[in-house]
Design a protein around this ligand. Sequence first.
Ligand code: DGL
Length: 266
Amino acid sequence: MNNKPIGIFDSGIGGLTVAKAIKEALPNERIIYFGDTAHLPYGDKSKESIRAYSKRITGFLLSKGCKAIVIACNTASAHAYSELRKFYPKVPIINVVNPTVNYCAEKFDAGKVAVMATKGTIKSRIYPRKIKKKNPALEVPQVAAPLLVPMIEEGYFNNNISQTIINSYLSAKNLQDIQALILGCTHYPLIKSEVEHFFQGDVEVIDSASVVAEFTKKVLKKEGLEADKPEGKDQFIVSDYTSSFEETSKLFFGKSVHLVEERIWD
Ligand code: DGL
């Protein structure tokens, strides 16, 4: 048993979709969430920058007493996970890619499982590489959707314009005849219904938040780190505060959150 908090981080507030799923799956757990809004978006930053940001944020969360770290960002999972594991070998570190890869490789025997994500995640080819390693019979076409993160961060979804942008990405030729689509960015659960609307129920749309929450539960259990009761308040920290982030956070987390600014780069 261990009642210390779980540290969760993302480039911004999109990772709150993962934090929400973790709170639902693990109601006894306390979380400290860090959104690196000063450096958002990570999707078009270099690997080197993302590694440096992720290391600094993990160090910060560990200094706050976190017992485990969840990288609630696909781009940081793609670029910084191995590095963080090497740098902090004693801390359980969970990324959002591996649990989703395992889910797909086990669920689909053959056919096409596509991935839509930021430029950084698509360029890393982390999903095709890992899925094909586990199940070579699967094809993994990819589509980069750079407009979606800023659009969602602005609270811009479930309207005609967002549906048009989403439709245009999903009309890519290589996405024809797919069986499933991985929403490879933690911002995308907010547009899941618009993606499902495009496919009219013919394609399974996989949102990694719940898969990752279940995986986090397993890891805490295996490591004997589960909390036995809810203790203390959750904290939500950003590296650059604006009131619009606080507004949008509600949509991601499902209820109001109070964002506190910590300028950990200064
Ligand atoms: N939420 C992050 C992800 O899952 C990306 C957002 C960004 O580009 O900063 O990839």
